[in-house]
Design a protein around this ligand. Structure first.
Ligand code: ATR
Length: 289
């Protein structure tokens, strides 16, 4: 019988994970199918219960379940436990193993542009679930997370405090208000080799933002400080922030790279095989362009 995998999310219909994983299974002649599990929040508990009767070999987990799904895992790897979120489930003989490949994806995407991340100075926009995995990855790679900026400052403060303690470092935190007039967290950022990473869901929530609103969220004057700008949103690939960064002649890293790298790691965990990288890249490209 074909093995079954799928993305668990709500809404899940927009996801391009089925396109890239199904292309990969086909390319390697693996008898498996990757479905969409579009599960509303009031059905989540039932869905997890049903997995015992009608099992899957593995899951990708996305919003809003990355944290909740953790409670249903029999085994958690160290990284997903520290991040507090699971984006990959592997079913090994009825035992659910939880992993997080998001931080590996973000590190690899950045390393493609920057090389070794050790000692690089980074500012993060956003303090949600995605931000947690990215900050964890950066700190694990020895990067210097200088600060976290978030609309809701308390959330940025809490995240900065939690990871400062975990890694024995000193992460700053602030709100997004009046960024244009504000100095960046540290003089170090102005010396080059500094990275700005956009982790919020703003482009997905408000796809039709005008130039003025974009500039209010992240002003040109602030972007100007950094040498590299990364956005984790992959659809659209060229986000409003990346357009600003490109115009300012900054190095840019688009969200499709992180998305692909986290998927390569998922594929390895599920199949134990090396992913067909070019096939997966092509499958995504055909959907994004
Ligand atoms: P995710 O797992 O994608 O990070 P999340 O935990 O809901 O999802 O976090 C969403 C992030 O996007 C948060 O940093 C959120 O800011 P708040 O904590 O202030 O809510 C940010 N975000 C969403 N919409 C935003 C907007 N219009 N302007 C600025 N930030 C926004």
């Amino acid at each position: 019988m074909a093995q079954r995998y799928g993305i668990l999310a709500f809404p899940a219909g927009y996801s391009l994970s089925p396109d890239i994983h199904n292309a990969a299974f086909k390319a390697l002649n693996i008898d498996a199918e990757y479905d969409v599990f579009d599960v509303p929040e009031d059905r989540f508990k039932d869905f997890m219960k049903c997995l015992k009767i009608d099992p899957v070999s593995g899951l990708s987990v996305s919003l809003p379940y990355k944290e909740n799904v953790l409670n249903y895992m029999h085994v958690l790897d160290e990284d997903s436990e520290k991040i507090g979120a699971v984006n990959t489930v592997v079913n090994r003989n009825g035992v659910f193993h939880g992993y997080n490949t998001d931080f590996i994806g973000s590190n690899r995407a950045l390393e493609e542009a920057e090389g070794d991340l050790k000692g690089k100075n980074v500012v993060i926009l956003g303090a949600g679930g995605a931000s947690r995995a990215i900050i964890y990855g950066l700190l694990k790679a020895g990067a210097n997370v200088v600060g976290i900026l978030n609309r809701n400052k308390e959330r940025a403060d809490a995240l900065a405090e939690e990871f400062s303690k975990m890694f024995k470092v000193n992460i700053g935190s602030d709100s997004l208000d009046d960024l244009a007039k504000r100095k960046p967290f540290s003089k170090k950022l102005e010396k080059g080799n500094s990275i700005l990473i956009q982790t919020t869901s703003i482009w997905t929530i408000m796809p039709d933002m005008g130039e003025e609103e974009v500039n209010e969220f992240c002003p040109k004057e602030y972007v100007q400080v950094f040498s590299t700008v990364m956005d984790i949103v992959y659809n659209p690939k060229m986000t409003p922030l990346l357009k600003i960064a490109k115009n300012l002649k900054k190095k840019i890293v688009s969200g499709d790279r992180m998305f692909l790298h986290q998927a390569f790691e998922q594929f390895k965990l599920w199949t134990g095989q090396e992913p067909p990288v070019a096939v997966m890249e092509k499958a995504l490209k055909s959907k994004l362009e």
